[in-house]
Design a protein around this ligand. Structure first.
Ligand code: KDG
Length: 313
């Protein structure tokens, strides 16, 4: 398999009509999970992907499994535990602000541990895609992830998005854990707020240098509306965002960005090309409700990038 991702997915309940949940008439179930979203994006772009996770022995677990399988992501390493599948509620207000309420404590995936991953499967992959969410789930999940990167071997490129969720842990816990994790990371994708949490407020160029010193040979910093800057093995540059997309649901943009980076690494694309593709995908996906629903196929992405001015999106 080209890419392995490890992480929790949950059922996301989104209220209808949009607005405050207290006025909801109904809730629509979606499937969401940062690593899974990226794997689905990669699978739609034509890459071979496999997801390692744990689900409950319940209907919500089945719902997730059905959706992920339908996206051509290999689920043969997903296990079941005698625990519940995680759930969260997602409220999107008309100004675009999103609020999530998690019901994931002690979930099946939070109970994952070292025994739940097959290191041979990971060693055979080209890319191991991880996020900080898994580090924040529980001490056993954190230990499992450290073990995975320690044993992955030099031939596996570890790509990591800190994805710091402050509803999951404090800034201090996130900083301490992630800084200890970074020496095992080959390619780091971080947002501006994450730089502030991990390194303190500093200019993007200084942050690139600091992350390189911590051991990440490739670093991409997402600067929101200002695009992204990167340092890939000493090759530095910046990429502007494509023209504004009409944003409907911003959640999942970071996972789409990550899919662009991983896809570019697998295709041996130049740094400016792959970061450009990541910026485009990150914007493109926000036009759709749901974290991964709007991911394009490779052909559709190429066409959309070429004809963007004419695209009626
Ligand atoms: O990146 C999108 C994720 O935030 C969403 O899918 C849910 O994985 C999730 C989380 O833990 O918040």
């Amino acid at each position: 398999m080209e890419v392995i991702g490890i992480g929790e997915s949950m059922v996301a309940l989104v209220n209808e009509p949009k607005g405050y949940i207290r006025h909801a008439d109904s809730f629509k179930p979606y499937v969401a999970g940062a690593e899974m979203n990226t794997l689905i994006g990669l699978s739609r772009l034509g890459h071979g992907t496999s997801w390692i996770s744990a689900l409950g022995e319940d209907e919500l677990g089945e719902l997730i499994l059905h959706k992920v399988r339908a996206e051509n992501v290999d689920t043969s390493h997903v296990i079941h535990k005698d625990k519940r599948t995680g759930v969260f509620f997602k409220q999107i207000l008309p100004d675009g602000s999103v609020d999530v309420t998690y019901y994931r404590e002690d979930s099946a995936a939070s109970n994952m541990d070292i025994r739940d991953i097959d290191m041979d499967v990971i060693r055979r992959a080209k890319v191991l895609y991880l996020t900080g969410i898994t580090l924040s789930l529980s001490s056993s999940a954190k230990e499992m992830l450290f073990e995975a990167v320690r044993l992955a071997g030099d031939d596996v490129t570890v790509v990591f998005d800190p994805n710091i969720r402050l509803k999951m842990w404090s800034e201090k816990e996130a900083r301490e854990t992630i800084l200890e994790f970074l020496p095992h990371v080959d390619c780091l994708i971080a947002g501006r707020d994450e730089v502030d949490i991990l390194l303190g407020k500093m200019r993007p160029e200084e942050a690139l240098k600091s992350f390189r010193k911590l051991g990440c040979s490739k670093v991409v910093l997402k600067l929101g509306k200002d695009g992204a800057v990167y340092d890939f093995d000493g090759v530095r540059g910046s990429v502007e965002n494509p023209k504004q997309f009409e944003e409907i649901d911003p959640v999942g943009a970071g996972d789409a960005f990550a899919a662009g980076i991983v896809s570019g690494l697998l295709n041996d694309e130049r740094a400016d090309e792959l970061v450009g593709k990541a910026c485009f995908l990150g914007g493109y996906i926000t036009q759709f409700v749901g974290d991964y629903q709007g991911f394009p196929s490779g052909d559709r992405l190429s066409a959309a990038m070429e004809n963007f001015d004419d695209e009626k999106v």
